[in-house]
Write a protein of this length. Sequence first.
Length: 295
Amino acid sequence: MFVGRARELERLRAVLDPMSGGAVHRVVFLEGAVGIGKTALLTEFLAEWDGARVLFARADEHGTTTPLGGILGILEQLFGTGPTALLERVRAPRELLRAIRERLGAQPALVVIDDAQWLDPAATTVLEELVMAPSPTGWGFLFAHQPGGMPGRLVRAARRGGCAMHRIVLDPLEPGAAGALLSSQGVLDLRLVELAGGNPLFLRLLAEHHHRTTARPVEAVRTSLDGALRRELEQLLTPRERTIAELVAEGHSNRDIAAALHLSPRTVETHVSRILRKTGVRSRAGLARRLDAAG
Ligand SMILES: Nc1ncnc2c1ncn2[C@@H]1O[C@H](COP(=O)(O)OP(=O)(O)OP(=O)(O)O)[C@@H](O)[C@H]1O
Ligand SMILES: [Mg+2]
């Protein structure tokens, strides 16, 4: 069951519909935290899409070191083969690009990349070139990514390529939609909706826990939510950022943190703003609350 997101679906259709006028090259960045529903939204959107040919790939966290692993899905779709066989035939990125363009011909295409934060450098290079010089018939690009994770090169390529750029941020689900999702999973406890804060992944974890534990359900599921939050933070932050985040949450100033870690206050400042951006938290106090929730 898919709930809510009518506004986001509408917006995706409007900005990617080739008939809607404006620039023919469009790039959409779909940004959202872990488990907020980026993949679910893409799936729903693509199921109804009847526009240009779709090329889809999902970059894989564990594949960030495999050259072209991030666009494996697209290569398989176009060439019926993975990067290893392909690289035997096509050596340079430029050649690969030519081959991709040839396969696509002059028809419009919609290139969709899920989990773009895990794109490997080779895949990023290929996409960069495509974004900078799309086909004359018009291409759309849709990148789903976690906050702060979008490769900067692709953002710059979109700017340089004169694309119409759109950013869609996936907020937590509205309480009504979250409640509907929870009850579709057989749970009717509104406290869980509040606890999950509109994150559908957390809602699912909470519902699963609820089914497993009958005693003190809310307290018991809180543990599972804490685990999910902790994993989210671990995934988002580098070990250094995590240390700095903890020191910030304990109330230390940038100057003190810099002294303790033998860094310049400016470096600490940069880390802190990156941490705030990645976690989507607005203030140092907010970070303390977030880490506190994550245990
Ligand atoms: N609008 C929705 N309606 C119903 N279920 C949803 C919705 N959005 C997400 N879900 C469910 O919540 C879970 C997490 O969603 P999803 O995998 O799409 O998150 P994500 O943003 O892609 O996370 P990640 O950053 O880990 O890739 C999935 O089980 C998904 O089916
Ligand atoms: Mg996903």
